[in-house]
Write a protein that binds this ligand. Sequence first.
Ligand code: SF4
Length: 443
Amino acid sequence: MMGKKVALHTLGCKLNFSETSTIGSQFLSKGYQVVEFKEKADIYVLNTCTVTEHADRECRQLVRRALRQNPNAYVIVTGCYAQLRPEEISQIQGVDAVLGSNEKLKLFSLLDNFEKKEMACIYVSPVSQTNEFGASYSTDADTRTRAYFKIQDGCDYKCTFCTIPMARGGSRSMDPDDVLAEFSKLIKSGYKEIILTGVNVGDYGKSLNTKLYDLLCRMTDIDGNFRIRISSIEPNLLSDDILRLTAQSDKMCRHFHIPLQSGSPKILKLMQRRYKTEMYSDLIHKADQMINGLGIGVDVITGFPGETEEDFLTTYNFIKDLPVSYLHVFTYSERPDTKAITMSGRVDIFERKRRNNMLRILSDKKKNLFYQSMEGKELRVLFESENDKGRIKGFSSNYVRVALDFDPLLVNEFCTVTVESAGDNLCQGKILENNKSFDLIAC
Ligand code: SF4
């Protein structure tokens, strides 16, 4: 077995990245060498996504790319797209195995020595049986700056545009004691920022009779030099308890990513989202008032079926008036088997993109304003490792990108920085003289 090589590639979200990382660790523990996807390997693993607009094309291209490196390689395709379209994927020339969501982290027990057979094998259990929780996290093992830690999987919601529940199954969570044990291990091994990930992180604990807030309390009680970031949280699940904890604990990042999807009440209803615009607006204003310097990111979709110009402008103006700091804008694209694909009022693709572009411009304005509001303020920044033309960069707790002159002593360290100026997507900072020996106390 020694000397065999595996290459892995991830499409999609941070959750997929954390699972790919766990698959990589499984191969390492079996004596494999993990190499880049562009290198020659004996096995290629492709962890797919269904949110990607051209999942099938991308999948084919990546399989071809793998086989160009090694025509005899064993090719495994897993992930959401594999769960939804196993037969289709098994027909792609060169694919040897298709693994569904439940099987993703079990490839060593399912695949017999990775020996090529005439036909691709398919291990995909129905999504109704996809109820196990596969623990995983992804890390930048070299620098130990941040780790993406999966604590939740699946979703019980029924947003009409979304295929994720069909691909990943119902909501389920990692046992809180197991979370705490893994979390403590990550902290002890030196990771400074732990990003809690999942499909619907705010739903954590539902099946276990506990809540995300309880878990966060236990996590923030742990001693150490670290901070916690929640990757994303549905507005109806961001409780006052979590807001209060974030306001009080330096271990909680002052940053939330809160999907909105549309600011039009009519479109929100068609999307079957679980909140109204008034509730969203109240939440954002409340959070902004409770938590000093809070950074807020927002997901929005443009061109959902039935979205008229008026509906879009309602969304635009709704967001314009909210104290949020940036947007992630997605163009609606039809997904097979969703309710939305059957809805009338299809929006022309160019129009969807025009609206997307308008919101991106609004996002830039929001971000610039937010960054400018940081001028003169002190931010606690966790620096990364890269020397980018003599500069070192990092994110503050409230998700502001800050740069300083490169200093190797700053790599993977928290440091309090005064923001001197704010530019496009970056603030320039300086360390105060009396702060030069950056301390290692919790941020
Ligand atoms: S909350 Fe809605 S959009 Fe998010 S994963 Fe669940 S169904 Fe999909």
